[in-house]
Design a protein around this ligand. Structure first.
Ligand code: C2E
Ligand code: MG
Ligand code: MG
Length: 712
């Protein structure tokens, strides 16, 4: 506070009598009027807005009179800035503000921190959730992978194929794992092979032509495949289809090889079996046509080098069909097996024996001489076949017909040679069986039409193309015709007259012989009856029976019917059978013959001497006539052996009280010989060829040529 006392009514400093406190500011205007607070000088004061100045009370002035002079007392408050007196407050304020700010800042910081924390937490949570998700996916994947790995392991474990895992490190390629299949297949336990080199499993590489490929694959670190022959622990071999493949580690480096072995021994065996089957006949185990062709082709190549010939021998069992039909296929099969064995032993080891059809065999014989194997071989084969044979207590006597073709003379290819040998065999059959024939050019032409004949034969009967010719049988004691043999002929529209030798066998094979035979029987009986009625006398007719006819169930009945229908008495019918027909199954034959005999017919054994009749059996057969085969009669006058045979047949027959008819008598000498030896009847071109019925009748009526001057 400033207390100023002026001896003057105005605040004139010249009259200042007293002052307490600081004088008002020099800067203050020199006016006497009380100054407003606003104008209170402080130099800088004006700069401060008034409100900032504290306690700004206007100065109080009071005048009074003292001693008659006016005085002025002025009390003024020194203008101090508000701050002057309120420092503490201000500081408190400031402090308050500051602390508020700080507090605010702190709160803000807190708030923003928690916001950040919240955000970060949110973010972290999200990231965590994501990571979690990834993790669980990862875990699932890993679990799947692991599961899969375990599955793979198990698959490897249970795999039927051997699997080896070996190191890719040369040179050992040490085995690190083998699966149970490996142990099973090879017999080696895992402990025995793990750590050993892969090569140690291969044994000797001598018979391992393909091992090179596996070695190369190991070396080049690539895949490889080879068919190997390995050995089990016990030393047995097995075939092994081996695959090898490199395995990379995580870094793409080839660290291992996996080796898969497929035991294909069974497949190989099966293959070999198939190959064997493809080349062999399943019944007899002999080579089949395929292998025959192959071997023959090889033989041809060999013969070309050595210049020595090859013989191709075609063997066909005579009347095999008869055995098959009589005893059944099982017996037929047994028989073929026995024959196969015999042929095999008749040939030498280097020769090929093949079965090319039901009862057809082909032998390829090689001989390292210029003449070829020699006829002795053929005889050897025929003898082997002819050995008596027991099947189901039945004794069989078989014969065979053989055709021969020679390389290089008769053909240049295997196929051709076999065909030509076959043709020659047919010729041997035509020649009366149980013989052999060499192939000749002319045979070929004969055989070519065989196929067309076969087709035509089916229709020949319905087209009425067959005729029966009759060849007289002359009784030597009376010189008269006592009977005739009925011989069939086929008037083929293209080929002309065909002899029975060319189609009877065929008809037999085709089963046509039954209707054809029945037709002949009927025709012959009708003819004979009509000749008898025409006054030609008590003629007897001989009809040939084929094997199939003979074994036909209805034989006896059908003959009885024919006799009944034609009115021919049974005693005028003579049935001609061959030895082999009755010898195949003696007991059965005897039974059939007895039934036939019961009808009253006669029985003749045709072509006697060519078969294998056992004399003891002959005695048991209820037969009437033996017909000496023309092959003996032919050479009767030149071959003493044949003459001896004929003589003994005649005496044998007579001792059995059988009549004897000689076939194929062509000359007066033959006739004379036979007559001298007591032969009962003769048949042959010397008297007459087989004739058509009209010609036969004419010949009968003329009768001239039949009468030999010596006989009458
Ligand atoms: P086979 O029963 O031995 O008949 C005799 C064969 O000798 C006949 O031949 C006949 O013509 C012939 N021949 C007769 N005399 C002489 C001669 O002096 N010299 C020569 N070289 N041959 C003579 P064919 O007629 O050709 O008959 C051949 C074979 O066919 C017959 O032999 C017979 O086994 C068979 N055959 C003929 N007709 C029939 C038939 O109707 N049925 C059956 N199943 N077979 C028949
Ligand atoms: Mg006959
Ligand atoms: Mg005959």
């Amino acid at each position: 506070m400033t207390i100023s006392v002026y001896a003057n009514p105005t605040a004139d400093s010249r009259y200042l009598a007293f002052r307490h406190g600081a004088a008002p500011g020099a800067a203050a205007s020199g006016g006497t009027a009380p100054q407003s607070a606003a104008s209170i000088p402080f130099g800088w004061m004006p700069l401060i807005p008034r409100w900032l100045l504290a306690d700004q009370i206007d100065p109080v002035s009071e005048t009074f009179n003292l001693a008659g002079s006016p005085w002025l007392v002025q009390i003024a408050q020194t203008a101090v800035p508000f701050t002057a007196n309120h420092g503490g407050s201000l500081y408190a304020l400031l402090g308050g503000i500051l602390s508020s700010v700080l507090a605010a800042a702190y709160v803000y910081a807190l708030v923003s921190r928690s916001a950040t924390i919240e955000r970060v937490t949110g973010e972290r949570t999200a990231a965590l959730q994501f990571a979690n998700l990834r993790l669980s996916e990862d875990i699932a994947l890993r679990m799947r992978t692991e599961k899969f790995l375990r599955l793979r392991e198990r698959v490897i474990d249970v795999s039927a194929n051997a699997i080896i895992i070996c190191s890719a490190e040369a040179p050992d390629y040490a085995i690190e794992y083998v699966n149970p299949a490996f142990e099973r297949i090879t017999g080696y336990g895992a402990v025995e092979v793990v750590g050993r080199s892969l090569e140690s499993l291969q044994g000797s590489s001598q018979d391992q032509q393909n091992i090179g490929e596996i070695r190369a694959a190991l070396r080049d670190k690539r895949e490889g495949h080879a068919l190997l022959r390995n050995y089990r622990k016990d030393g047995t071999g097995y075939w092994n289809d081996l695959f090898i493949a490199p395995v990379q580690d995580e870094n793409g480096v080839i660290s291992h090889f996996v080796v898969a072995q497929y035991d294909i021994t069974a497949v190989m065996r099966y293959e070999a079996e198939l190959e064997f089957q493809a080349q062999h006949d399943s019944l007899t185990g002999l080579a089949n046509r395929n292998l025959l062709r192959e071997r023959l082709t090889q033989a041809i190549a060999g013969a070309d080098r050595s210049g020595t010939p090859i013989w191709i021998v075609f063997v066909d069992v005579d009347r095999f069909k008869f055995v098959n039909d009589t005893l059944g296929h099982e017996a037929g099969d047994t028989l073929l097996k026995v024959l196969a064995g015999r042929l095999q032993s008749a040939a030498r080891e280097a020769d090929t024996v093949a079965r090319v059809g039901g009862d057809e065999f082909v032998l390829v014989l090689r001989e390292h001489t210029e003449d070829g194997p020699g006829l002795a071989v053929l005889q050897h084969i025929m003898d082997a076949v002819a050995q008596p044979l027991m099947i189901e207590e039945h004794e069989f006597f078989l014969t065979c017909s053989i055709g021969m073709a020679t390389y290089p003379t008769d053909g240049s290819t295997a196929e051709n040679l076999i065909k030509h040998a076959d043709i020659a065999m047919y010729r041997a059959k035509e020649m009366g069986r149980n013989t052999f024939q060499f192939y000749t050019e002319t045979m070929n032409a004969r055989t070519l039409d065989r196929l067309s004949i076969e087709a035509d034969l089916r229709h020949a009967l319905e087209r009425d193309e067959f005729v029966v010719h009759y060849q007289p049988q002359v009784d030597l004691s009376s010189g008269r015709i006592v009977g005739m043999e009925a011989l069939i002929r086929w008037n083929h529209p293209v080929h002309g007259q065909i002899a029975p030798a060319r189609f009877i066998g065929l008809a037999e094979e085709m089963g046509l012989i039954i209707p054809i035979g029945a037709w002949v029987m009927r025709t012959a009986c009708i003819q004979t009856k009509s000749w008898q009625q025409a006054g030609l006398g008590d003629l007897r007719v001989a009809v040939n029976l084929s094997p199939r006819q003979f074994t036909q169930k209805a034989l006896v009945q059908s003959i009885a019917e024919v006799l009944q229908a034609t009115g021919l008495e049974a005693r005028f019918l003579d049935l001609e059978l061959t030895e082999s027909m009755v010898m195949h199954d003696v007991d059965n034959a005897i039974a059939i013959l007895r039934n036939l005999k019961a009808l009253g017919v006669h029985i003749s054994i045709d072509d006697f001497g060519t078969g294998y009749s056992s004399l003891s059996y002959l005695r048991r057969f209820p037969i009437d006539v033996l017909k000496i085969d023309q092959s003996f009669v032919n050479d009767l006058t030149v071959d003493p052996d044949d003459a001896a045979i004929v003589v003994s047949i005649i005496s044998l027959a007579h001792s059995l009280r059988l009549q004897v008819i000689a076939e194929g008598v062509e000359t007066a000498e033959q006739l004379a010989f036979l007559r001298a030896r007591g032969c009962d009847q003769v048949q042959g071109y010397y008297f007459s060829r087989p004739l058509a019925p009209e010609a036969f009748e004419r010949m009968f009526q003329e009768g001239s040529r039949l009468l030999d001057p010596e006989i009458s």
